[in-house]
Write a protein that binds this ligand. Sequence first.
Ligand code: AMP
Ligand code: MG
Length: 307
Amino acid sequence: MDTPADIEKAVAALRAGGLVILPTETVYGLAADAGDPRAVAAVYAAKGRPSFNPLIAHVADLATARRISAFDARAEQLTARFWPGPLTLVLPIAGEGAVCDLARAGLDTVAVRAPAHPIAHALLEAFGGPLVAPSANRSGRPSPTTFADAMDETGEAAAAALDGGPCAIGLESTVVALLDEPRLLRPGAVTRAEIEAVIGPLSEAEADAKRSPGRMTRHYAPSLPLRLNAEERLPGEVWLGFGRQGGTGFNLSPDGDLTEAAANLFAYLRAADRADGASGIAVAPIPDAGLGEAINDRLRRAAGFVG
Ligand code: AMP
Ligand code: MG
């Protein structure tokens, strides 16, 4: 675990415009000062990410969120219930320069989240302002859910790195836009039903592609082709099971537990991708209820289908 000295070193790196590998409860992030366009550009470069993709501004607390975005009653209700935690809100931008244009990809909106992970929280508090922290993978690859995977992906670009052990959730945050009608931009660890229980029905309309550029078709992709809803493993395939669907290989959750499956998803995709001599990955059907919506969204993107 990391000491206060490690946090201080990471803060110094951020103040100097450097990047920091950061554990959160969702996935490992590559953090930079959200107000420093050079540092944000370095994040895009390290990830090889198309620069029209806006980043989430991570904050230590509600006060910071209210300072950088136009909070409304729905935002207050949702954050009272789910913050700190894996829920990102897209709101109109407010304040001056705390989240630079480049971090927002030029949009007049900002995505805000307060992570619950103690190390992420400690870093944000010590830094004293918003940090962008997109997943620490190179663009299009599965998000890192362990320190080793994060270091493998973008460690070379980081001036400091904080080890928080494996990520408890293992899936990216849910993204909800509160601009007009509330809209689910990205399913994630907080489920649609949990959000609707607080603010009522989410709009069914397909999100405008410009408003949610992160919803690219092929995303979170391993190098091997994925075959979804597979009933069995074909010759040459690596098996990625769920529940009792048998076969040797990997199993996201032998007990059919969606929370466990979410936590294992990216690490097992990576492990399956490294299997010797394999020509593809066969993935068992995952029920679409609750967290299953987010798991299936990531699997469809990894397989190259529109989500
Ligand atoms: P990541 O930082 O990799 O977890 O991805 C951030 C997600 O939030 C992507 O799906 C982005 O498209 C989405 N996002 C960030 N900022 C905005 C914004 N201002 N409007 C809409 N979506 C956003
Ligand atoms: Mg990502």
